[in-house]
Design a protein. Structure first.
Length: 152
């Protein structure tokens, strides 16, 4: 996996600067710009622009209820982790890009030791749809994205 960059500073360098700083205030003063994440709705709107996608198309592929999805894009609602994961499928993101969108949403990253996360990451890597991912989660008796329960 590539070393993540925040501006022109890698995460590794930012950690080093933090631990070498004489005080947290000094670290923030010197590196404040590198220590901020964009607003989630701005981020997903920019992602649409970069990918030349319409929010409605992403929402539909995400299998998220339309009016709720549009509220995410307008910034009037904040997403849960599962909603961010469903949006990752809607944007057709790969696992590394999914980690970034989770970070911007201030949600925990995917982890391969967590079976549900491993299934989701595998599905993203293999370009499965959100519906196909839900089916694989169901087959493995794992919680579905969006809070839906599986019937055993």
């Amino acid at each position: 996996m590539m070393e993540e960059k925040s501006g022109n500073i890698t995460t590794r360098e930012l950690w080093a600067r933090l631990f070498q700083a004489p005080a947290v205030d000094a670290f923030f003063q010197e590196n404040g710009d590198a220590c901020s994440l964009p607003n989630f709705s701005e981020y997903i709107n920019e992602l649409c622009n970069v990918r030349q996608e319409k929010p409605g198309t992403v929402i539909k592929r995400s299998n998220i209820e339309s009016s709720f999805g549009h509220r995410l894009f307008s910034g009037t609602r904040n997403p849960s982790r599962d909603t961010v994961l469903m949006l990752a499928f809607g944007f057709e993101l790969l696992p590394d890009d999914t980690q970034q969108i989770l970070k911007v949403a201030r949600q925990t990253p995917l982890h391969p030791k967590v079976k549900r996360d491993a299934v989701i990451a595998w599905c993203l890597h293999h370009h499965n749809t959100v519906v196909e991912a839900q089916q694989i989660l169901y087959e493995h008796h794992l919680p579905l994205m969006g809070g839906a329960k599986f019937e055993a």
